[in-house]
Write a protein that binds this ligand. Sequence first.
Ligand code: 0CN
Ligand code: SF4
Length: 323
Amino acid sequence: MPPTPAVVDDTRRPMTVRLAAPRGFCAGVDRAIQIVERALEKYGAPVYVRHEIVHNKHVVDRLKAMGAVFVKELDDCPDDRPVVFSAHGVPKSVPATARSREMLFLDATCPLVSKVHVEAERHHAAGRHILLIGHAGHPEVIGTMGQLPPGAITLIETVGDAETFVRPVHAPLAYATQTTLSVDDTAEILAALKRRFPELPDPHKEDICYATTNRQEAVKRLGAVSDLVLVVGSKNSSNSVRLVEVAQRAGAVAAHLVDDAAQIDWAWFEGVRSLGVTAGASAPESLVQGVIDAVCARFDAEVSEDDGLRETVTFKLPRVLTA
Ligand code: 0CN
Ligand code: SF4
């Protein structure tokens, strides 16, 4: 019989826990969730929501329990109930269809995503071909590409794409980006584009939003001093997944994405003395608290919060919900 492995009782050993600042909800997510909540208050249930309002399982489940119905497409909504468009934005055809069906719709597109839509339209009107740096299939990319006719925008996902892109004849170029990309990867893609097309504007003019930038900066600091980093967020949340990558590149031995404390695999803690915790822009703070509580219940933890940037951005709700 093989020897039974010795069971190491890991619990109650010391653990340094650092919380990233800033982390969690951004102004666009806060606004989008409030739009669904206020719509439910004002119009009663059901309120339809096209696509997950934000990419977080717990947020979606909570709103479902309050009477929100999440659907993939407008075709799945009745004409006579309100529908909310998610924070990630929608192609122009979506509000156009809602109007033609005389539906009551509320647009929860983050104003920073709408800003990219407006920029793309401006470039197109000036006769420029647009390079959109982003991830294929992500709803924000589908929404931004859907602002303009087919062929007006080329999606660039990688440095390789930047190197092989063929400029449509005679077209001057412009670029736009998804708001939740890796700041460092995007800089590399833009540098590759700029090498080939020096007339492009400077790389610091990308559209990565303040929340994405600040959370990546904060997790970079954590990654440099932590053995393990836990990122609270859902798998389909682009900005949350980027935080895991940034933490790893910054020097953390390991970094994992968890929806909540229940998803922690305690085997990850073997040999770990310092833990960093952060949360994506769509992850509620209560879940971060749940992770901290679980860690404190298991280890002799000393918890501190990083002295990071204080964010003061807020966005107004649509007037129809505040009147
Ligand atoms: O997690 P999110 O809902 O979306 P992505 O990071 O996948 O874009 O966070 C809100 C961001 C927006 C728009
Ligand atoms: Fe807006 Fe940025 Fe938040 Fe997305 S991550 S909702 S772009 S503030």
